[in-house]
Ligand binder design. Structure first.
Ligand code: HEM
Length: 404
């Protein structure tokens, strides 16, 4: 690599900024070919590794020798506010087996394909109601503010049994938590407010148990298997994890399909193409640049490189999803390819718990938006799109649109 970039002497500075709305940074291609386990420096001062190839990302995410526990001093963080131990997650994404697996199992029946499909009609109604709102507000509409951001919040509120009056509160606190622009104090305040509300919600579920995910979590606390603070973090993660991710995937999917009118036309002519199109869009967009950070618990070998115990790593989803060892002609959006090997939802131990809901939300959103708003188009010149170049999740701050 030029000037030894990616070596111990010349580590890459992470995060690597995206410069194109729909392509991986050029550097990734070079690193995959020449330096697939590159040295990198991270914003919290940690020096560690970037893992670039599809096979290696997949292998790491299923291997118990890689810890996801942020209490480790070599944890390669990118969010300023999240380095604070106070904000470390005590459940799911920030925990290791066996605790992780036990706690995930307590709620996994809510996330099966069958369970999520039983919510498809509800999700379709939510999508419809949000589009009614966009239409009522008139043109130009903002699909991010008025559609893509509220959609996952409304859906997770439905699942957890959170009343509709609380949706705006949930959405605003979540936005602060996932923005690179938030200071540590902002993040701590938003987290405390969210946690205080979750405490109230748990009491409410105790008083009035219902057939919802929130009640299931509380019952595990009361039966003694789940510590209270783990439950609070579980609620919090379920609320936060699906918000910006799903919203940005929907916003960018609209733009990507408008950029490829022949493929959009094919989807609209045959609804059976919606599902494969969403898989390809998940690959192509890779809104989540990487899986959560990992730290090696033992000496390991990745792609022939010896990596010492206690090394911080980021496994790059975006690079893996553009690896031509798995996807031919990866820079092209092709809704007819079999994209199911994409790693947009991670893989292995921490693979996205909410992926079936994310898929249904994207499928229903894309179909309804383009069929209910014929002639849907971006209402500003391409260069005026306000892109989240610096964010942990790729996407748009707003998406002004018009329709016929
Ligand atoms: C397009 C939308 C989404 C994308 C791209 C996405 C991406 C991801 C990725 C990459 C991970 C793996 C992290 C790792 O291995 O370290 C993950 C984990 C997770 N996601 Fe999603 N996600 C999306 C939507 C959702 C939704 C809608 C929910 C909730 C309903 C959700 C809940 C979770 C949870 C709880 C985890 C942690 C699982 C664990 O640690 O066992 N996600 N997500």
């Amino acid at each position: 690599v030029t000037d030894n970039l990616g070596s111990r002497e010349a580590p890459i500075e992470y995060p690597v900024k995206r410069t194109e709305l729909f392509a991986e940074p050029e550097l990734y291609k070079t690193l995959r070919a020449e330096c697939p386990v590159a040295w990198a420096t991270f914003p919290n001062g940690v020096v560690g590794r970037l893992v670039m190839r599809h096979a290696d990302v997949k292998a790491i995410t299923r291997d118990r020798r890689y810890s996801a526990d942020p209490h480790n001093p070599e944890f390669p963080q990118v969010y300023k506010g999240h380095s604070t131990p106070e904000l470390a997650n005590l459940s799911l994404v920030g925990t290791d087996p066996p605790v992780h697996d036990d706690e995930r199992r307590m709620i996994s029946s809510w996330f099966t394909l069958k369970a999520s499909e039983s919510y498809r009609d509800d999700i379709r109604r939510v999508v419809d109601e949000l589009i009614d709102g966009v239409v009522a507000k008139g043109q130009p509409g903002d699909l991010i503010r008025d559609f893509a951001l509220p959609l996952p919040v409304w859906v997770i509120c439905l699942l957890l049994g959170i009343p509709t009056s609380k949706r705006d509160f949930i959405a605003s606190r979540t936005a602060i938590r996932t923005s690179y622009g938030s200071t540590t104090d902002d993040v701590i305040t938003a987290t405390r407010e969210l946690q205080a509300y979750i405490g109230e919600l748990m009491e409410e579920k105790r008083r009035k148990p219902q057939d919802d995910l929130g009640t299931t979590i509380v019952s595990h606390v009361d039966e003694g298997g789940l510590p209270h603070q783990h439950a609070v973090d579980m609620f919090q993660q379920l609320i936060v994890a699906g918000h910006e991710t799903t919203a940005n995937a929907i916003g960018l999917s609209v733009v990507a399909l408008l950029d490829h009118p022949d493929q959009l036309e094919a989807v609209l002519a045959d609804q059976a193409l919606v599902k494969p199109a969403i898989e390809e869009l998940l690959r192509f967009l890779s809104v989540t640049h990487t899986v959560a950070p990992r730290v090696t618990l033992e000496d390991v070998e990745i792609c022939g490189h010896a990596i010492e115990a206690g090394t911080g790593l980021r496994a790059l989803i975006h690079s893996a999803n553009y690896d031509d060892a798995v996807f031919a002609d990866p820079d092209k959006l092709d809704i007819r390819r079999d994209a199911r090997e994409h790693l947009a939802f991670g893989f292995g131990i921490h693979n996205c718990l909410g992926q079936s809901y994310a898929r249904i939300e994207m499928q229903e959103a894309i179909w309804q938006l383009f069929t209910r708003l014929p002639g849907l188009r971006v209402a500003v010149p391409r260069d005026d799109l306000h892109v989240k170049w610096e964010a942990g999740i790729h996407g748009l701050y707003s998406l002004p649109v018009a329709w016929s």
